[in-house]
Design a protein around this ligand. Sequence first.
Ligand SMILES: [Zn+2]
Length: 164
Amino acid sequence: MSPFDDLLAANKNFSAAFTDSELTGRAARGLAVVTCMDSRIDPLGVFGLKPGDAKILRNAGARVTDDVLRTLVLAVCLLGVERVLVMPHTDCGMTKVTDDDVHELAARRGVDTRSLEFHTVPDQASALRRDLTRIRTSPFLPPSLAVGGAVYDVRTGKIMPVEL
Ligand SMILES: [Zn+2]
């Protein structure tokens, strides 16, 4: 008995019906979406995309971290990405805690996280603006890269454009 048995079983069905063998790693729609790890978000479904269409970068809070920038450089240079949409969402857990709160919660589990930055989000609008600026002004990304922002509403499935 493994904690992953359900996944192994489900994959048997998935692979039996698999039809995407011909896809390449390039983003067919030239798109990268940076969004949150929140399990309510289906990034392909939100935009009517299918596997092969877009690069999906996810982390807590949809933050543009150094690793997101690293991944975007690779996506642009190697994988056909020409536009990036940063998409945080309503009711995000990252807007409800501070880094200190997380350190405290971890400490209660006997874990010292003080050397980590969690990039919690006290003000979602300003965090999104800062993250968009971070991509636009990155010396490692071309000026031709289209960069937009939108907030996904987990109650309605609608996106609210911020800078599109
Ligand atoms: Zn979130």
